[in-house]
Write a protein that binds this ligand. Structure first.
Ligand code: ACO
Length: 453
């Protein structure tokens, strides 16, 4: 990207010509003036490198822990306007997709960029449906876990193990090969997730059925017992499908960043999804849905809500109102709005979850409390989703697993985009080293033992 070094006078001239879309930087250390192009409201960090105090200077870097103000990629998949509470996949508002599509239609949209025609959809559904079985040896891997293994830990480890079953997945630059792994991953995630749950409750694994839709199949693998027939309520199947749509992608979040970062080393997609899922597991990310439920149970009744809010405020960040706040949304998370509405519909079938009243009260108080208002903390996707999962009969330990299933399509869409982006290279951030300079080695018997440990 060409940047132009200019003198102060030239800078003034440029300004008077009204030249737009550039940033003029004066380096007070040298008096030099630089002009850096602005594209899409962004300057390129590499354009700062030319700003040096002398030939031996490495050049100026930007420092941005946690990527608060750094775009790591361009993307054409998901658009978020956090101030307005807008979320779109490939240009389509999330509300419209949730109203009109199946999850698999949306997964197709994310991966290929367009909604499928009838024929394309049939083929896609067929390709996913016929890849839902997992290798029997993979089942044995899952058997090896302890009886109380967390389903998310099992899912992460099992997806990692999957890379050993499909060694051809390393051919990440072969489009057809990539497509095959995309089919497998989207298809097998529900199977692995359901098996992880069944293992945790000591139930036999229930194999997938090609006669069922994606979400109905998942519920069946979760809940059918060998002794009885099982037919999930269609309203609950649809609710789960909508939840899958809402969780399918969310641009450059922590898990997706891990997916792209690992994938940038041309690692196979199973290993990259493993890393992304591990990031999702964290309580500040997808693990929050499990934490919300624990929090609501801990609060116990509406009358305890004010005391809990007080504790959060006095905790100054130590204790958080789980399911509230978002790095990008400084307004209502549009997904939370849809889920809140859907919770009511689900409870008509399952009966009302008494924890909903605590959640509603928490939301009511938080939305008018200065602490939350000032920090623009609104309910996020995880605030109400756990209540629906619980109503569906899913234990809280499996909540994040339910997030990982649909997010797999988003991760894979982002992974593919990254691989095809000629600007992307292996992800490798810089650091600012603040540690010791070179020092003399001290033999063990002469060390003072002054380290923190
Ligand atoms: N409860 C109480 N205070 C909060 C909360 C919360 N849930 N979230 C943020 N704050 C406060 C912080 O203490 C901080 O206050 P300060 O300015 O006085 O120091 C301020 O709001 C800004 O918070 P940050 O942590 O700097 O915001 P950041 O963008 O880094 O974090 C995050 C976003 C991690 C989502 C945060 O809001 C949080 O921890 N929320 C609870 C966990 C959660 O629900 N995570 C799910 C997010 S959605 C998803 O990942 C799928």
């Amino acid at each position: 990207m060409g940047t132009v070094e200019a003198t102060r006078n030239e800078q003034a001239a440029t300004a008077s010509e009204g030249k737009a879309d550039a940033l003029t930087i004066t380096d007070r250390r040298t008096g030099r003036v630089y002009e850096v192009p602005i594209t899409h409201g962004t300057i390129r960090a590499m354009d700062l490198r030319q700003i040096k105090t002398g030939p031996d200077d490495f050049g100026l870097m930007s420092y941005d822990p946690a990527f608060l103000n750094t775009a790591s990629t361009t993307s054409r998949i998901t658009y978020i306007d956090g101030d307005k509470g807008i979320l779109r996949y490939r240009g389509y508002p999330i509300e419209v997709l949730a109203e009109n599509c199946t999850y698999l239609e949306v997964a197709y949209l994310l991966i290929y960029g367009e909604l499928p025609t009838n024929k394309q959809y049939e083929q896609w559904v067929h390709d996913i449906t016929y890849h839902t079985m997992i290798h029997e040896s993979l089942k044995k891997v899952m058997d090896a876990f302890n009886y109380d293994a967390h389903p998310m830990g099992m899912l992460i480890s099992t997806v990692a193990a999957m890379s050993t079953f499909y060694p051809e997945a390393h051919q990440v630059h072969d489009r057809k090969m990539r497509e095959k792994q995309i089919h497998r991953l989207i298809a097998k995630m529900p199977t692995v997730a359901a098996f992880a749950y069944r293992h945790s409750v000591g139930m036999p694994y229930m194999y997938p059925s090609n006669a069922l839709s994606y979400s109905e199949n998942f519920l069946t693998m979760l809940f059918r017992t060998p002794a009885e027939k099982y037919k999930p309520n269609p309203a609950l199947v649809r609710a789960l499908d909508v939840l899958f749509i809402l969780h399918a992608d969310h641009e450059q979040n922590c898990g997706t960043h891990a997916m792209r970062g690992i994938g940038s080393a041309h690692t196979d997609p199973y290993s990259a999804v493993t890393g992304a899922a591990a990031a999702l597991y964290g309580p500040l990310h997808g693990g929050a849905n499990e934490e919300v439920l624990k929090m609501l149970q801990e609060i116990g009744s509406i009358s305890n809500v004010p005391a809990f809010i007080k504790e959060v405020k006095e905790g100054k960040g130590e204790k958080r109102l789980m399911g509230f706040g978002h790095r990008v949304y400084k307004n209502f998370d549009p997904r939370a709005k849809i889920i809140k509405r859907m919770a009511e519909e689900v409870f008509e079938v399952t009966g009302r979850n008494p924890l909903l009243d605590i959640a509603l009260e928490l939301e009511r108080i938080a939305l008018q409390d200065e602490y939350f208002v000032k920090r623009k903390l609104y309910p996020n996707v995880d605030f109400y989703s756990g209540l629906i999962y619980e109503a569906l009969g899913i234990p809280s330990g499996a909540f994040t697993v339910l997030f990982a299933i649909p997010r797999t399509s988003g991760w894979l869409a982002q992974w593919q985009e990254m691989l095809e982006d000629p600007e992307q290279k292996i992800a490798r951030p810089r650091q600012i080293y603040l540690g010791q300079g070179e020092r003399a080695f001290v033999p063990m018997e002469k060390r003072s033992g002054s380290s923190a440990r």
